[in-house]
Design a protein around this ligand. Structure first.
Ligand SMILES: [Zn+2]
Length: 77
């Protein structure tokens, strides 16, 4: 579902199963574990497939239960 040219460099986006990926969606933050994320093999930019984004939206909508909820501290540096 990836394997396309990176939009930032001449690299190629390859699928990687990442243990933990923080997705900053417009409507909230979701952490996906063991998710198939596209990672550029040159600049390491991350890409999200429509399937991954749909899952994030479903979790934010409450249509898909999350495995657990973590509270994350936020601070201004
Ligand atoms: Zn790249």
């Amino acid at each position: 579902m990836y394997d396309f040219p990176c939009e930032y460099c001449s690299g190629t986006v390859r699928e990687q199963r990442l243990d933990r990926e923080v997705l900053n969606h417009a409507r909230g933050v979701v952490i996906l574990e063991n998710a198939p994320i596209g990672v550029c093999d040159h600049c390491q930019a991350h890409y999200y497939s429509a399937e991954v984004l749909k899952r994030v939206e479903a979790i934010l909508d409450g249509n898909t239960p999350s495995t657990r909820t973590e509270s994350v501290p936020v601070a201004t540096f």
